[in-house]
Design a protein around this ligand. Sequence first.
Ligand SMILES: [Fe+2]
Ligand SMILES: [Fe+2]
Length: 200
Amino acid sequence: MTSGTTARVLLAPTPARWFEVARERWRELLVDHASCEKKAASTALSLIFSYAEDFELTDRLSRLAREELKHFEQVQKMMRELAVPFMRLTPSRYADGLRRALRTGEPGRLLDLLLCGALIEARSCERFEGLAPGLDAPLADFYASLAISEARHEGLYLRLAEQRAAGRDWRSRLRALGEIEAELATTKDRQFRFHSGEPQ
Ligand SMILES: [Fe+2]
Ligand SMILES: [Fe+2]
């Protein structure tokens, strides 16, 4: 079900229970999804500011940020069409858990940011792919199309990471971060969010 790269990057699949809850609580999921798209754009923008001397990286991430904002607009359009109101949600443990794993010194920090970007995109792709078959028409089609974009974004972050690793061992770092990601995305979680673990 998952694409080739996604299967390589993610170290554990999303629990079946998460998909069950997601199909019941699709409205809440959509609200959190809108916020994930904003965060994806904002992460790309902040990388553009931090690594402004790297023109290839800033070009590609500028395009990515625009695409993520387009996704955000599409999610809001979907919310309007399906009469889902905005609600304020507390952030999930996922982003914070990954942020705490980032190294602070360069060049490790850039590599970690890019590898985490790849992991987050891979998890999004996996969840969109798994969600689409169990939902009704407009959402099912929307999520299926997003799964394709997220797989592409994962590939972009991985390529950037590999290039900037410049011969350093990025695969073992990806595995280490992947273990943390897998734990956050699959173990019992008090919250239900797009990137949460198994809902209690
Ligand atoms: Fe997106
Ligand atoms: Fe993305």
